[in-house]
Design a protein around this ligand. Structure first.
Ligand code: SME
Length: 161
């Protein structure tokens, strides 16, 4: 296992993902423990992309509950339909928010968070197992490229659930 994630400066978003995702695949290859794999994926995403906050919330009963993350402390529990995470869970769809202050019900864990993307991970019966939540300290930091590339990361997480 490589002990660090290497990404170059000043590369396009596409180039960053093209470099980062194979490194994440190699990093988690052969490991089957869900929390271990998710923890290292989160660390690699934050280290590679420089985002403000990266983490997951697990669906447990009727709530999302905080799982492995990197960044500032965050809220423990989120209800279905609440905030960006709860909305992505309810709709079973990835959600991009360009300005979190304009999103009704947004849960502000940090005033530094400006934009957000949430990717739900679904099982084969279409139930949401967890959501991958990423916050940026820049407005409009996420787009369709992130959505598509992060679906590949979601697939790696799904493999170990
Ligand atoms: N902002 C999220 C809550 C989680 S934090 O960003 C870590 C939301 O509105 O769902």
């Amino acid at each position: 296992m490589s002990d660090s994630i290497v990404v170059k400066q000043n590369e396009s978003k596409e180039e960053l993902y093209a470099s980062l995702i194979p490194q994440i695949e190699a990093l988690v290859h052969g490991e089957t423990d869900a929390v271990a794999v998710i923890s290292n994926i989160i660390a690699a995403l934050r280290q590679g992309m420089g985002w403000w906050w990266v983490g997951v919330y697990f669906v447990k009963n009727d709530e999302l509950i905080l799982g492995p993350f990197q960044g500032e402390v965050a809220c423990f529990r989120i209800k279905l339909g609440q905030g960006v995470c709860g909305t992505a869970w309810k709709n079973k769809e990835a959600l991009i928010v360009d300005n979190v202050d304009e999103f009704p019900g947004h849960i502000a864990c940090s005033s530094s968070s400006k934009s957000e993307i949430v990717i739900p991970v679904l099982d084969k019966n279409d139930n949401v197992l967890l959501v991958l939540d990423i916050d940026s300290d820049q407005f409009s930091d996420f787009d369709e490229i992130d959505k598509n590339e992060l679906q590949k990361v979601a697939a790696l997480i799904k493999n170990v659930l």
